[in-house]
Ligand binder design. Structure first.
Ligand code: GCO
Length: 462
């Protein structure tokens, strides 16, 4: 595996998000978000940790930029915390300290030749919106999101050229927002079956309006690109039966088509409409028109593949993942299936006419769950090296199949707060010692990735 097996200009980076990395939740005038609320409800986070401090990137961003330089990446993807820009969510008066923080981060990256890739929304909705009108479940959120996005373009867009409106709206709409994990307690479940679809509807309308604002007001001067980032795992039929093959299509429908069909074709998938009936809002002709064609690129967060078996009588989504491979790590959903990335990319290529894609996340947590081992042992993450090596190999295969992939971002360079799994699930190339002032220690993967990024091979194969 060589870096120059990839096309010229292919971007290598690493990804993060505000709530998972920043800490400093009460500093710099930041307002609370729904994740501050959720993580403080007893029982929501597996190890009772919170994002209050986590990697403390807010204070350690300079050191982190240094680590990124040492790693040799071209790009760093992070998200802006809406409630640092507008503490109670609402504009138009932005919080100067919040702006100053992101200016410092962006400038430090650029001074070191690292391109910022910015996500506008990575799950941390200002709590004020949840309390006053139900957040994403109300159409009131749409213009408020647009004001926030516009403020970010106007403030940072002279230097930021790669924007994503949303991170993983599918996962957010189902799991984190409406199954109660965030706005209540995970165990409470969802109160209203239509909520995920209403949430998504408002995210899609916000996405479309923001895309149009960027194109009409900022594109000419700033010359950047804007897209959306999806969680897109592969589903493989459990058997060769026609039923199982159709079941994977339904899994993809409820995962990616739900978002991409409106964006590429201006409509929700027909079968989804039939199955959901009134639960799924309808797109008016003007909404459909506003949505069509609203991406310059797609971000794909891909980690895993699951087998799918048909379940004729089950409700939504109508098929169920079945696990058949050995699970190779500690987090329950992550099965290491490197060929899945090639299949997923080809699926998107065929259905959406070969869009420009960045793999915006790919990575794995630790193989063990025992942090009482010596630091020396904890830093030996050979399985992570193999994971990235193997996924990158199948990524090259996808590119050879003609998939238009322009970049690859790991999740992540640092251990961080893994949502409901807490800080004990570690995805980093650097180990973060939460007990010792968040000191960072390079795992074996740092050396490997660094060498991969600076080496060139004799024979260029593409
Ligand atoms: C996302 C992901 C990340 C996770 C990563 C590992 O929404 O982008 O949930 O935030 O930390 O996928 O699970």
């Amino acid at each position: 595996l060589h870096r120059n097996d990839f096309p010229n200009g292919f971007v290598f980076g690493t990804s993060s998000s505000s709530y998972q990395f920043e800490g400093a939740v009460k500093e710099g005038g930041r307002g609370p978000s729904i994740w501050d609320t959720a993580s403080h409800i007893p029982g929501v986070i597996a190890d009772n940790s919170t994002g209050d401090v986590t990697t403390d990137q807010y204070h350690r961003y300079k050191e982190d930029v240094e680590l990124l330089v040492q790693l040799g990446v071209d790009a760093y993807r992070f998200s802006i915390a809406w409630s640092r820009i507008f503490p109670d969510g609402k504009g138009p008066i932005a919080n100067k300290e919040g702006i100053a923080y992101y200016n410092r981060l962006i400038d430090a990256l650029l001074e070191n030749g690292i391109q910022p890739y910015v996500t506008l929304f990575h799950f941390d909705l200002p709590q004020a919106f949840q309390d006053s009108f139900g957040g994403w479940r109300s159409p009131l959120i749409v213009p408020l999101y647009v004001v926030y996005a516009e403020t970010c373009f106007a403030t940072f867009g002279d230097r930021v050229k790669n924007w994503a409106t949303f991170n993983e709206p599918h996962l957010f709409a189902y799991k984190y927002y409406n199954y109660g994990c965030v706005v209540g307690n995970c165990k409470l479940g969802m109160n209203n079956m239509s909520w995920p679809y209403i949430t998504m509807h408002h995210m899609l309308l916000s996405h479309a309006a923001t895309f149009q604002v960027y194109k009409s007001k900022f594109q000419a001067n700033q010359g950047g690109v804007i897209g959306i980032i999806l969680d897109a795992q592969w589903y493989e039929p459990y058997s060769n039966s026609q039923e199982d093959i159709e079941a994977i299509e339904r899994m993809q429908m409820f995962q990616v088509q739900w978002i991409l069909d409106p964006i590429y074709f201006g409509k929700y998938p027909t079968i989804m409409q039939e199955q959901l009936g009134d639960l799924l809002p309808s797109l008016s002709p003007s909404e459909s028109k506003a949505l069509k064609g609203t991406v310059d690129f797609l971000g794909i967060n891909h980690y895993t593949s699951h087998y799918t078996i048909n379940q004729p009588n089950s409700s939504i989504p109508p098929s169920k993942p079945m696990y058949r491979d050995t699970k190779a790590d500690t987090i329950d959903w992550l099965y290491i299936v490197p060929w899945g990335i090639q299949k997923m990319l080809n699926y998107i290529k065929v259905r959406y006419n070969n869009p420009t894609i960045y793999i915006t996340e790919n990575g794995v947590d630790e193989q063990h769950n025992n942090y009482s081992m010596s630091l020396e042992v904890l830093l030996q993450d050979q399985f992570r090296i193999k994971f990235h090596h193997d996924y990158l190999s199948y990524l090259i295969a996808a590119i050879r199949d003609g998939c238009d992939v322009r970049g690859y971002f790991t999740w992540s360079f640092l251990d961080n707060f893994e949502w409901e799994d807490g800080i004990e699930k570690r995805f980093g190339f650097y180990y973060v010692d939460y007990t010792q002032n968040n000191r960072r220690y390079p795992k074996a993967s740092v050396k490997w990735f660094k060498q991969f990024l600076c080496q060139t091979s004799q024979s260029k194969q593409l």
